[in-house]
Design a protein around this ligand. Structure first.
Ligand code: G6P
Length: 440
């Protein structure tokens, strides 16, 4: 058997043990022959620690997956069947600035939403597009699966500005919502099905089924009255019961930033005083994780990794790769070209939607239009993502300003400009494309 070759760019990430665990679990049907972990020279130490742990994990599990490491992605790419990216341009230090600077102006500081999301996109998209060029040249048949945030904006950019068509953006939010609903209803996950539609970190459950019976009303009752569904990186501030009932859709944890902006802002400002930004909390967690990973007796994914917001993302990643490889034709929620599946969004844009996963890739399922109450917000975020992707590619100051100003979390044009200017300056090391337009 030939076996599968996987290349993971950003292989030194603390999330990598998630992936390794996922491949080990699925080995009998998903025979990964080679896993290449790629990182940049600054990430050498982390890459060494993570790859040593990966080797111990496969050895303990007794599966013949070869783990390779390199600091040169062009060495890794030839012959790849799947290329995954999990990069963080500017590291957690840049994320801390994304989260901290907007707060000075009374605006939410978040990794993937508002000004923080814009700047993460501006830094990440050019690097992702370089990776795409290498894939086109060195392994044009490979599937390119991106986990790097902001995943929706990145997918939009890959679809618009690269020559790659076999591309999918992936996130753990839908899987997390699915798990949370099963828990709320106290049933096995396999009995639940949710129709998902929207954008990354802006996705809604349109209907929830239990054994084929629609149960949205029951789920929303629980969501409104009990501990509501969230993720480790988002504080659960509860929902207004009547609002949730009127909405009649299952919101994702990130919707709190849009529907509960004041409470979330207050909570972020308080957290900043108590323990710093989420990036700073994660920096501490990472220290703990890497100390654990360095222990030569550790040969499994440590439980502490579940403290990260991206916990369980390996299920999303490995299920997807498995279903493409084995043509499973099951339903998963991914970021792909809309192609008319959501009639209220442009056909050529990236959307996050339930898809049938085949060996030809994901086939989006027709969901109709987004309901009128949320259609405008979703469209607005799509416009934001498109402008952000354009600004990332062109380095146009005015396009970046437009993206910032139309974001629903930014209150005015002058606030947008002030935040933009301060963040461009703070991140200039990672934004070479803005050099000219900013000086002009
Ligand atoms: C969630 C999101 C991811 C994000 C993560 C942040 O899982 O879906 O896109 O990267 O949270 O978690 P962190 O632990 O880094 O705050």
């Amino acid at each position: 058997m030939k076996g599968i070759k996987i290349v993971t760019i950003g292989g030194g990430s603390s999330y990598t043990p998630e992936l390794i665990e996922g491949f080990i679990k699925r080995y009998p049907e998903l025979p990964v022959r080679e896993l290449w972990l790629v990182d940049i020279p600054e990430g050498r130490e982390k890459l060494e620690i993570v790859s040593a742990l990966a080797k111990r994990m496969v050895e303990k599990a007794g599966v013949p997956i070869e783990i390779h490491t390199t600091l040169d992605r062009r060495e890794a790419l030839p012959g790849a069947d799947f290329v995954t990216t999990q990069i963080r341009v500017g590291h957690l230090e840049a994320r801390a600035k994304d989260e901290r600077i907007p707060l000075k102006y009374g605006v939410i500081g978040q990794e993937t939403n508002g000004p923080g999301g814009l700047f993460k996109g501006l830094r990440t998209i050019p690097v992702i597009l370089e990776i795409c060029r290498d894939i086109e040249e060195l392994c044009p048949e490979a599937w390119f699966i991106n986990f790097s945030n902001p995943a929706g904006m990145v997918t939009e950019a890959v679809l618009r500005y690269s020559g790659i068509t076999k591309t999918i953006g992936l996130c753990n939010v839908p899987i997390g919502m699915h798990m949370a609903v099963a828990e709320m209803l106290e049933v096995e996950q396999s009995r639940i099905h949710i129709d998902f539609a929207g954008l990354n970190h802006m996705v809604f459950g349109l209907e929830v089924y239990l054994d084929g019976k629609a149960v949205m009303g029951e789920v929303l009752d629980k969501l409104a009255s009990g501990p509501s569904m969230t993720m480790k990186n988002i504080v659960d501030v509860g929902w207004e019961k009547d609002f949730i009932k009127a909405l009649n859709l299952l919101p994702c944890p990130y919707h709190r930033y849009y529907y509960q902006t004041e409470k979330m802002l207050e909570q972020e400002q308080q957290a900043l005083q108590d323990k710093g930004t989420r990036a700073e909390v994660v920096q501490e967690l990472e220290k703990e994780l890497f100390t654990l990973y360095s222990d030569e007796n550790l040969a499994v994914k440590p439980k502490q990794l579940e403290e990260r917001g991206g916990a369980f993302y390996s299920d999303a990643a490995c299920n997807l790769i498995n279903s493409i490889y084995n043509n499973k034709q099951d339903i998963q929620v991914v970021n792909v070209r809309n192609n008319g599946a959501i009639s209220s969004l442009p056909a050529d844009s990236a959307v996050e939607v339930s898809c049938i996963i085949t060996n030809e890739g994901p086939k989006p399922i027709a969901m109709g239009g987004m309901p009128v109450a949320v259609s405008g917000l979703v469209q607005q975020i799509k416009s934001f993502e498109r402008l952000a992707a354009e600004a990332a590619v062109t380095g146009s100051y005015h396009t970046a300003l437009l993206a910032m100003a139309i974001n629903p979390l930014v209150s005015s044009d002058s606030t947008a400009k002030q935040i933009l200017d301060e963040m461009l300056e703070a991140h200039k090391e990672y934004l070479p494309q803005f050099e000219k337009s900013y000086a002009g």
